[in-house]
Ligand binder design. Structure first.
Ligand SMILES: Cc1cc2nc3c(=O)[nH]c(=O)nc-3n(C[C@H](O)[C@H](O)[C@H](O)COP(=O)(O)O)c2cc1C
Length: 357
């Protein structure tokens, strides 16, 4: 078979477990990428390109492998925890009715579900998984496997999240603990998620906008992982607040990945929450409509780096739906670019990025 029969590598009509076991749903030949004429340095690693898939759609080492073969040279292994945690019930992703960009006054407001737009580059979805995790014994082995599967000059990053309310450790300690586990499993770069909107507004979901507490956590993680490169994942926030957060965290981290999803209340026309279950009225939205907000944060990070003559890594994420969008963020000054939503529907996005002139 030479052409894909299904452009839905993560099938949103299936459960998370089905996608984990049987995805990605892609049965065409792998594209033949143009020869790599120039590699790039990311931390101390050479990479074939600065393109990745951010934490989320790549559920395990097999997913990272398939996307790496599709040309995404920096796959991020979906966020894991120090304890096993179930996924929120399906559906976990729903198309949204939005043909325009969100701005900051849209955050946390109501939006309706919609149909899949006729152009995939216009897809906006909400996603709500609740940061599920298999037991560490499973994901630690799988990370070793993922590293083995990467081709030359490809780099798998591992995303982790702290878990509150554990009898064994408090939240700060757990961030350190799970990061150390990821390091022990062989993670070459660790990304810590400070910004999940799908945790019912809990502490670990909102750390990103709290300069003091996020820095306390980053310090703890740094002590736990030594010199392993560390990225922290942030959500959208105003420039002044971003400055405080970056200033407080930069002594401990090597870079910033932004943005995570934008929280909205997804409500059907008859007033019901679109996603079933408690605490899911508000969920994280991503894809086309968050592009402007993401680009704003990338620009603000670049401005801070210039102002302070710093050299932290900027991983731009959010709303890049085609090769042109990805290259534009690199041209702005981002070091890495990653697409989640577009990569879920377009297996050839990386190929288009590599062929882009
Ligand atoms: C299906 C899905 C699952 C996600 N899960 C996570 C996650 O586990 N951890 C995380 O840090 N971000 C997660 N995200 C957020 C993405 O990493 C990214 O920040 C966001 O989707 C914006 O990028 P996009 O507009 O290209 O989708 C997820 C996104 C999607 C679409």
């Amino acid at each position: 078979m030479t052409t894909a029969t299904q452009f839905e590598l993560y099938d949103i009509l299936k459960t998370y477990e089905d996608n984990y076991q049987n995805g990605p749903f892609f049965d065409a030949k792998m594209p033949v990428r143009p020869a790599v004429t120039q590699t790039h340095k990311v931390f101390d690693f050479e990479v074939n390109s600065r393109l990745g898939v951010p934490a989320g759609p790549l559920l395990n080492s097999h997913w990272c492998d398939v996307y790496a073969q599709l040309g995404f040279d920096i796959p991020v292994y979906k966020t894991v925890r120090s304890v096993e945690r179930n996924c929120h019930p399906a559906p976990n992703c729903v198309f949204l009715d939005s043909d325009k960009q969100f701005n900051n006054t849209d955050i946390n407001t109501v939006i309706q579900p919609g149909l899949r737009p006729s152009q995939d580059e216009r897809i906006t979805i909400t996603n709500s998984f609740g940061v599920p995790s298999l037991a560490p014994s499973v994901w630690m082995k799988d990370i070793e496997e993922g590293n083995r599967k990467m081709a030359k000059n490809q780099l798998m990053i591992v995303s982790v999240n702290g878990t509150p309310g554990l009898a064994e450790r408090d939240l700060i300690e757990d961030y350190g603990y799970v990061s150390a586990m990821a390091k022990e499993a062989g993670s070459k770069v660790i990304e810590v998620n400070y910004s999940c909107p799908n945790l019912g507004g809990s502490k670990e979901g909102a750390l990103f906008s709290d300069p003091e507490n996020s820095a306390l956590v980053s310090k703890k993680i740094r002590e736990s992982i030594g010199d392993t490169p560390l990225l922290i994942k942030l959500g959208w926030m105003p420039a002044e607040q971003l400055e405080k957060v970056i200033e407080a965290n930069r002594p401990y981290v090597d870079g910033f990945a932004a943005i995570n999803t934008i929280p909205r209340q997804v409500v059907t026309p008859n007033g019901e929450a679109a996603l079933p279950g408690e605490g899911r009225l508000s969920s994280g939205t991503c894809g086309f409509a968050i592009g402007d907000l993401a680009e704003e944060v990338t620009q603000n990070l670049i401005d801070l780096r210039t102002k302070w003559k710093d050299d932290f890594v900027i991983c731009s994420v959010g709303g890049m739906m085609n090769a042109e969008d990805l290259h534009r963020r690199l041209d702005m000054g981002a070091d890495l670019v990653m697409s989640a939503t577009a990569a879920m529907w377009d297996p050839y996005l990386a190929q288009k990025y590599h062929e882009y002139k």
